[in-house]
Design a protein around this ligand. Sequence first.
Ligand code: GUN
Ligand code: ZN
Length: 442
Amino acid sequence: DAPRLQAIRGAFLDFIEDPFYAPEAESVRYVPDGLLVIESGIIKAFGPYNDLESTYGHIPVTAYLGRLITPGFIDTHIHYPQTGMMAAYGEQLLQWLSQYTFPTEKRFQDKAYAKEVAEFFLDQLLSHGTTTALVFATVFPQSVEAFFEAAEARHLCMIAGKVMMDRHAPNLSSAIRPRPSYTDTKALIQTWHKRGRLRYAVTPRFAATSSEAQLQRARQLLQEFPDVYLHTHLSENQEEVAWIAELFPQSKGYLDVYDQAGLVTDRFCLSHGVQLSEAEFQRLSQAQSAIAFCPTSNLFLGSGLFKLEQAKSPSHPVKLGLGTDVGAGTSFSMLQTTNEAYKVAQLRRQSLSPFQALFLATLGGARALSLDGHLGSFDQGKDADFIVLDPQATPLLAFRNTAAVPRSLEALADQVFSLVILGDDRAVQATYVLGQLVHERY
Ligand code: GUN
Ligand code: ZN
């Protein structure tokens, strides 16, 4: 096959540095009239249209006038089996898990059902502009297979894993008792890890549902397969933290449970961390671990307000992404997630700038998942996963925003903030994966 060359023209926004640490002028890359040249799904060239026109003027161009093109969103924590149980009424974490979550996840023993949900879930991600996610499946290996098969058919870069649980899982105990998680997980890693764009995450649900022996098995898997991820929950809810202290009386704290098991490394990706102490943030920084801040979930379950300034502290920075945490999260939209992240910061009298919010949803997420060599910006050689945002997508956005393409960073920041606060799937006009259009809103 001859290499497939194509180009996209429009206003592009991505990041070359972290806007939490570098000034906007040095971290934000804005090209009001840009050209993205793609060859066989990979970015071949990117820059101002005028600079690239002479070299690439002859190839087919799709132009998006009055739109804003950004890298695809990266959701650093989400549960595909919980898609159908969003908006489960009335409970906080531990009761919510036993009343709604475990019964829901039990249905994923049925692979055909799992496949159906996985396809719907991926449709939802793409229509909301999310092109990569770190995903919980369930304890059943067939639920992981169903997910990876669906993601592979769509050429998506996805990270997922089988939930490891061997205790305190009411409604699931009878289904999981005879199944050794270690053996099942190892087989899944051998089949799926680094198959095309797929990656595997060893996924103990949280310390309460794994015995120490099972956490040791998770560590063994990380040693056998050093580049798989470790994906879990940590310090979400006060009652949960107290329970972990009872279950692991010899630990110094919640993070220490994972640390003593040898799980806290640069592959460790945890969700929430709402209740973390400063010493725990320091330990995560030192280990180069990553946190998924899941504001819609933290508010929905009443878990608390994430300490953004601790995670992004210049003296002990922690890799940070945003997670929707569907189904405790209340939206698939990373824009709705930035909206709630901003409000969490407000309640703590902290700030989250429009560019910082968008960074967390793109390059920040890619860095948190160690995928920034391939994803998260328009650098040459990266995968062409990107989205086209419409700053006038709804009557309200069209009323608020002018049709003019922003010419200054200040005007751009205002437009981005309107999307960060008011945007959702309606603002996502198109989603591209490896240069192919996979979703378009009419
Ligand atoms: N902690 C353990 N399991 C879960 C889960 O499914 N969702 C959330 N939000 N927290 C958890
Ligand atoms: Zn979760």
